[in-house]
Design a protein around this ligand. Structure first.
Ligand code: ZN
Ligand code: ZN
Ligand code: ZN
Length: 345
């Protein structure tokens, strides 16, 4: 009897059972995806700007140049390349008082969901998702992430900025137009908080960044997917999803603000290459991705930003919901090998 492996995340107290008994190959998950019918009018498409709240940020195309602006005076320009709008039904809504005098947390277990919730429309083209996007457009998206991050993270009541993307209906995307979301929260949510606390502990103990350490190890491991001059992509040791991968910058930094122009462009390229491999390998699966980063300057030494990509290939059920522990039926080493092969093909 061979036991299944029980693996713990690098930092989180999160365990996954690597259940390879059925030895599934990542490609077994490829399935015929139902063509999601676009019902009615898309509020994010060009021409429908009036269907959304005014944009808080726009990249406008004008005389061959790109200009940053926003919607004003009831005008909604149509010559945009990237458009950021407040979510119509925000999970975290803005302060009602301009002087921020409202207390956010009222007690240990009660507070107001004050913050920001934005939709970042990635392209005027309905289907321009990262795997297939023009590189020039994806570079604008990365730049827009950073612009919004800079503005939101500077607000005194914002303690965390979550930038994430849901792709496909099964991954929670209620609109099929290419878009990401940004949620600014008044405290650091549990998973990034746990990661930060554990990286801080590691730093105190070893005087180095745990993620720099992980990069060094994973670039030499069978879990490596891609290694270029600025980024490394690998399937994490305790992946909870089949084909899960993370993208880490080789240059240490707690968030996106320290990226040079070349690094931003390299990130867009790395993101596109990895997501394209996922798409080709298992027939365009739904996925979620999200950044982990810190806005706290104290974390600069010990925290290292990264992007985590979670393909939605298996359905989590009772055990996961009940225990916070996971079962992954594909070895991360196998996932990495398949992604690597697809990239090289
Ligand atoms: Zn659309
Ligand atoms: Zn680091
Ligand atoms: Zn993380």
């Amino acid at each position: 009897m061979v036991y299944n492996e029980l693996r713990k995340d690098y930092l989180l107290n999160r365990w996954v059972v690597i259940a390879t008994e059925r030895s599934r190959r990542p490609t077994d998950f490829a399935k015929q995806r139902a063509e999601s019918a676009q019902n009615g009018v898309c509020p994010l498409c060009v021409g429908n700007e009036h269907m959304t709240p005014p944009a808080v940020m726009l990249y406008l195309k004008q005389n061959g140049e790109i200009r940053k602006d926003k919607d004003h005076d009831g005008k909604r320009p149509k010559n945009w390349l990237v458009r950021v709008i407040p979510n119509l039904y925000p999970a975290f809504g803005p302060y009602k008082h301009a002087d921020y005098r409202e207390e956010i947390m009222k007690s240990e277990s009660f507070g107001y969901a004050i913050g920001h919730h934005e939709v970042l429309v990635e392209s005027p083209n309905h289907d321009e998702d990262p795997a297939d996007a023009e590189l020039s457009q994806l570079k604008l998206v990365v730049n827009a992430y950073i612009d919004r991050f800079r503005e939101l993270s500077a607000k005194p009541y914002v303690k965390y900025v979550s930038i994430f993307r849901n792709y496909g209906q099964e991954a929670g995307a209620s609109l099929s137009h290419a878009h990401s979301q940004i949620i600014a929260t008044p405290f650091v949510p549990r998973i990034p908080a746990e990661e930060m606390a554990a990286s801080k502990n590691f730093y105190v103990k070893h005087q180095k960044c745990v993620f720099c350490d992980i990069i060094e190890k994973e670039t030499k491991s069978p879990r490596l997917v891609l290694d270029n001059s600025h980024f490394v992509v690998f399937a994490p040791y305790a992946s909870v999803h089949p084909l899960e991968f993370w993208i880490l910058p080789k240059k240490h930094g707690a968030n996106l603000l320290g990226l040079s122009k070349v690094e931003k462009e390299a990130f867009a390229e790395t993101l596109k290459t990895s997501l394209k491999a996922l798409k080709d390998l298992v027939n365009d699966p739904p996925y979620n991705y999200g950044f982990h980063l810190s806005i706290n300057s104290e974390a600069e030494d010990y925290y290292h930003w990264h992007l985590e990509v979670y393909p939605r290939l298996s359905i989590w059920a009772g055990f996961e919901k009940n225990t916070g522990m996971y079962i992954n039926t594909v070895q991360p080493e196998t996932s990495a090998a398949e992604l690597r092969k697809t990239i090289q093909a």
